[in-house]
Write a protein that binds this ligand. Structure first.
Ligand SMILES: Nc1nc2c(c(=O)[nH]1)N[C@H]1C(S)=C(S)[C@@H](COP(=O)(O)OP(=O)(O)OC[C@H]3O[C@@H](n4cnc5c(N)ncnc54)[C@H](O)[C@@H]3O)O[C@H]1N2
Ligand code: MOO
Length: 400
């Protein structure tokens, strides 16, 4: 038997060929969620712009706190205060600018107001309850680097410094094709020997979760000319073509021949389970990834191989799947020769992260993928006993 290729070797080969995208556009913050920054963002301003109050209360000089203080002005958020008259306090609200001359804020629960004069019932420290100018962001500070996939909290931060548009890469266009004569679309009546096309929906969701544009080529006709035509059409409109099915050793499929005739095809047998067969090449110059047909294999090979490749093409700085270590609630006694990616469930038990696995880990069992929230990584040659620590890839982070 031909030696299996370690995942890392295949990934090196594929990632070396992943040229980051160079088409950049400006979008408004409202449309920027999930997009990848193409240029650094630097703040022109400090946030907060001025010292402001963290509490509703009274602004004063801390050393005056022991005496009765007349309330000399009222400062609401958004107002520009007068300098504090020495020996007085200013009524102030959360977020309002601290007047010049004040160096502390006493919260109103610690103050007694009587006919326009306050007495303070608690100790007052210099600087207390004041949010300093620039404590969040300094003027001139670089906030985000290129390659950052923008999250909701990033958008909020950019808005806080007054940025209205950002330079981002155009979303990668990824064509997906499902191969197999046995496939029907949901909504069609089922007939003997047929099954519903699930890979199309898994792949579409994974790609949309990465903020990429999906060009859905549907089910490919199972004949040589139809397959060539579908691949050629997909390659003309997309940055990457991904197929599912037809990369194993059977003759019933036309994808491999069609890719060979239109471009170049490399085939691997990877030392991973599921997801042993994998194809990578190009169709008329457009990169091509052929994932195996089994639904769990599609999911796993997308997360492990297609995802980092696509993220690199998209210009992302972080392409590795996020992982943590957790305590196994299962055992593996049979030593495998391929690195296994078990569809598993991570839970938190007090301070311990535990990972359990469903019994049926067959690569055709998609319900186990749906139930899972992590992939537990079991290296070749490893046995696992309950209580052992294993690495898990966090799926919900992977696909979002
Ligand atoms: N003699 C050998 N046979 C197989 C080997 C091998 O090394 N030698 N490898 C096995 C492994 S591992 C895998 S994985 C599969 C991969 O096969 P293909 O990529 O050629 O995929 P298909 O044969 O087209 O389909 C496999 C399986 O998946 C179902 N399928 C395909 N597409 C879809 C879809 N869009 N939605 C739902 N299900 C789909 C298909 O009906 C098959 O059951 O090969 C093994 N065989
Ligand atoms: O690689 Mo296959 O995906 O083990 O079933």
């Amino acid at each position: 038997m031909k030696k299996l290729t370690p995942l890392a070797d295949a990934l090196d080969h594929i990632l070396e060929r992943a040229q980051p995208m160079d088409v950049v556009e400006s979008v408004r913050l409202q449309e920027a969620l999930g997009r990848v920054l193409a240029a650094p963002v630097t703040s022109d301003i400090a946030v907060p712009g001025e010292d402001n109050s963290a509490m509703d209360g009274y602004a004063l000089r801390a050393k005056d706190a022991g005496q009765a203080l007349a309330v000399s002005q009222r400062i609401a958020a958004g107002a520009v205060p007068e300098p504090l008259t020495p020996g007085t306090a200013a009524r102030i609200f959360t977020g309002a600018t601290v007047p010049e001359g004040a160096d502390a804020v006493a919260m109103q629960e610690d103050c007694v107001l009587n006919e326009g004069v306050i007495t303070i019932t608690a100790d007052v420290r210099e600087g207390q309850h004041i949010r300093r100018a620039g404590q969040d962001i300094q003027a001139g500070e670089q906030l985000l680097a290129p390659g950052r996939r923008l999250r909701p909290q990033d958008l909020g931060m950019l808005a806080s410094v007054g940025v209205a548009t950002v330079r981002v890469y155009r979303p990668l266009r990824v064509a997906i094709l499902s191969t197999g004569d046995e496939l029907l679309e949901p909504g069609q009546p089922l007939s003997p020997g047929k099954l519903y096309n699930s890979n199309r929906y898994t792949l579409q969701g994974l790609l949309q979760g990465l903020g990429m544009e999906v060009i859905d080529g549907g089910i490919v006709d199972d004949d040589a000319a139809g397959t060539r035509e579908a691949l050629s059409r997909a390659a003309a409109s997309a940055d990457v073509v991904i197929t599912s099915g037809g990369v194993s050793v059977g003759e019933e499929d036309h994808v491999k021949d069609a890719v060979r005739s239109l471009g170049e095809l490399g085939l691997w047998k990877l030392a991973i389970k599921p997801g042993k067969p994998l194809a990578f090449g190009h169709v008329q110059g457009t990169p091509f990834i052929g994932l195996p047909g089994n639904p769990s294999s599609v999911f796993v090979t997308f997360c492990l191989i297609a995802r980092p490749y696509l993220l690199k093409r998209q210009g992302c700085a972080e392409i590795e799947p996020p992982s943590v270590r957790a305590r196994a609630d299962f055992s593996i006694t049979r030593v495998g020769t391929r690195q296994e990616y078990l569809r598993a469930i991570l839970s938190i038990d007090g301070e311990v992260m535990r990972v359990s696995v469903g019994e049926n880990q067959s690569s055709g069992v998609l319900s186990a993928v749906s139930r899972s929230n992590v992939l537990a990584v079991i290296p070749p040659g490893m046995t696992v006993s309950p209580g052992d620590t294993v690495e898990v890839f966090l799926l919900d982070l992977l696909s979002g």
